[in-house]
Design a protein around this ligand. Sequence first.
Ligand SMILES: NC(=O)c1ccc[n+]([C@@H]2O[C@H](COP(=O)([O-])OP(=O)(O)OC[C@H]3O[C@@H](n4cnc5c(N)ncnc54)[C@H](OP(=O)(O)O)[C@@H]3O)[C@@H](O)[C@H]2O)c1
Length: 279
Amino acid sequence: MSTIAVLGTGLLGAGFAQRMLGLGHTVRVWNRTAERCAPLVNDGATLAPTPADAVRGADYVHLILSADRAVDSVIEQLRPGLPAGTPILDHSTNLPAGVAERFSRLREDAVRYLHAPVFMGPRNSREGTGLMLIAGPQAETEALTAYLSTLTGTVQNLGERPDKAAAVKIIGNSVLLMLTATMSDAFAVGNATGVTPEEIVEFFKTFSPTPGGMGRRVLSSESAPVGFEATMARKDAGLMIDSAGAENLLLLPAIAAAMDAGIAAGRGKEDFTALFRPA
Ligand SMILES: NC(=O)c1ccc[n+]([C@@H]2O[C@H](COP(=O)([O-])OP(=O)(O)OC[C@H]3O[C@@H](n4cnc5c(N)ncnc54)[C@H](OP(=O)(O)O)[C@@H]3O)[C@@H](O)[C@H]2O)c1
């Protein structure tokens, strides 16, 4: 069993601390607002008065903080207590450039900072399920995989580049946000055409395009035969927008405008997916 410091016991951090306690580790918790640690102390964690006290003698240090500014501030505060060689595993969703800068700066001082952002909600962190990304020096990430696997469902190693997991995390979240907005537009068209949100959700059990599938189609659009011409797909966008009438559409008008620009540039006979190929 290990001694683990958890700094940041918000929604996600509290779940991680509970999981670690359940696995039998010695868990020290610190949170800017100390009262938030009370339930964890009740469950057997030790409340540390400062970040430095939390990490003193720890085998692993976990940060689950809002983002870069909090991460830099807490690392500065914990460093006086940090044992040489103890990894700092940062699960906060950060700016990739912030992670790259922090990694270089801390490594110059031999501080083993690694960014390991997650696709995990509070329940995942309590139960040790979901997906954790990690990137950085491979000898270190590989040595940590067995330990990290006890805290999540899957650990995905994205290679040497220290800010790669940060980049993939925000790309993943961008798709989550866009899919959510996508459903808002679908519900708006449904509302205007007499199809209920429940019926729409039911329909997507049988018709369910995926981000990966659409991504592959976009990437192969240069070589694949044309299946659905851009002009025809733009006609359909018009049908959706016209049907929605006064309903609030978040994405469809921007998509229609992008297609208009492609068609105006002479690309109307290409597959519609080709208009969205990366430059
Ligand atoms: N919740 C999710 O489903 C989820 C999923 C994936 C990733 N994430 C990421 O996980 C991280 C934590 O999210 P959360 O949902 O647990 O949020 P949260 O409940 O709001 O927790 C945020 C934590 O950051 C601390 N904090 C904020 N500013 C600080 C500062 N200047 N100095 C020290 N501590 C500071 C907060 O302390 P106080 O309690 O004092 O405010 C709290 O412990 C975020 O980066 C989030 O994007 C969350």
